[in-house]
Write a protein that binds this ligand. Structure first.
Ligand SMILES: [Zn+2]
Length: 386
């Protein structure tokens, strides 16, 4: 009988936990003409406005439970739900961020709460118009840090954050050595808007303003030209690919072959959480390129496993740790198989440990039934009965 195999914990470096609430609810034609990322976004906005603070806890806990069951031990949560739906700041302006942190802590995951600056567009619930408020909120959140909780910043995107504000947020993060994450070059329309406003593409805009560094992770970074890849390589900046979400939204394929060639680290995120399986994301990073290039075996499997683990940890500035999961060698998905990335199905993941604490034993989490029941109640209340 073969031995149980231990692997370092997987990292989802980019997640919006609340979007788990709309899984499977946005796959029908919306009836407004051509469905794209932008029509999906309308459905996501409606969900974002429907959830109460307690709902956000319950939905986040469901997402983090699923992550734990999938061998994920750390999450970078790109958090932009800040206000009441009408835009009023809560008495504690970090109320919702703290609900998300509490959800991760109760499940037992490591979390890096990436406090998101959203300044224009979007929904009133997302907005922090004053950079002083944003920095004060972030400082307050840093007071919640523990061995398993840390804080970073996330200017949402070039379209949502004007350049002056962006400089302020990134300067603050660099002074305090915080990770900086930002959606970048996800959709062609975003490139067009940036060209109109600044006369430059998004990655070039950041480069010319000295905003790229090894603390910076661009999320998606799909629609880039060769010069932009050079700017990322030169500054030590990183990329977070989210292939499952990117194909779900019709974003395009991350040019991971070009990033790997130029030494730009690529980590992975479950993003919209439409499915949660970081090893599947690692496979897709390769498979999407196969479809595009009509070739095979473009990225090294060891490099893909590094994307699923160490690259995510480094992007989030998490220290080396002993978090791990075990794989059942007799699971049908992996029995007799050699490579973890290309063989392992989620059912093979048996035990998961974070910081010495066992979260998952024999494929189950101790609070699983209660977390699922609470999540189903939110769904029933907020959407339609299942
Ligand atoms: Zn995202």
């Amino acid at each position: 009988m073969s031995e149980v195999r231990s692997c370092p914990g997987l990292v989802s470096a980019h997640s919006h936990a609340f979007q788990r609430a709309i899984r499977g609810r946005t796959e029908q034609p919306s009836g407004v003409g051509q469905d794209t990322f932008w029509t999906w976004r309308e459905a996501m906005y409606q969900a974002a406005n429907r959830l109460s603070p307690e709902d956000i806890y319950d939905v986040s806990r469901m997402t983090f439970l699923e992550m734990a069951l999938a061998g994920i031990t750390a999450v970078g949560e790109f958090h932009y739900l800040h206000n009441a739906p009408d835009g009023t700041r809560y008495d504690d302006s970090n109320l919702l961020a703290k609900q998300v942190i509490r959800a991760a802590t109760d499940v037992g995951l490591r979390i890096v709460l990436l406090n998101t600056a959203y300044v224009r567009g979007g929904q009133p619930r997302f907005l922090t118009p004053s950079i002083d408020d944003f920095i004060r909120d972030t400082e307050d959140l840093r007071g919640c840090s523990t061995e398993l909780v840390s804080i970073g910043v996330a200017p949402h995107s070039v379209r949502a954050v004007p350049l002056d504000y962006l400089r302020g947020v990134i300067g603050y993060a660099q002074t305090n050595d915080l990770p900086i994450h930002m959606h970048l070059a996800e959709q062609p329309a975003e490139i067009e808007v940036c060209l109109d406003e600044y006369g430059m593409r998004p990655v070039e805009l950041l480069y010319r303003n000295d905003l790229l560094s090894s603390s910076f992770t661009g999320v998606h970074v799909i629609h880039v030209i060769e010069d932009e890849i050079g700017y990322l390589a030169e500054t030590g900046a990183r990329v977070c690919a989210c292939p499952t979400t990117e194909r779900n939204l019709g974003d395009g394929a991350v040019p991971a072959d070009r990033y790997f060639d130029r030494g730009v680290p690529v980590c992975l995120g479950s993003d919209s959480n439409v499915q949660i399986d970081i090893l599947e994301d690692a496979r897709e990073l390769e498979y999407h390129l196969r479809m595009k290039r009509l070739e095979r075996a473009l990225l090294e499997p060891d490099g893909l496993f590094n994307s699923a683990t160490q690259a995510g940890r480094e992007s989030l500035k998490l220290p080396a740790n002993k978090d791990y999961f075990t794989v059942d060698p007799n699971d049908p998905s992996i029995a007799g198989g050699a490579d973890i990335v290309f063989s392992t199905g989620r059912s093979a993941i048996r035990d998961v440990y974070v910081n010495g604490r066992q979260l998952v034993g024999n494929g189950r989490h101790a609070q699983q039934d209660e977390i699922i029941a609470r999540f189903k109640a939110v769904q029933k209340r907020s959407f339609r009965p299942n």
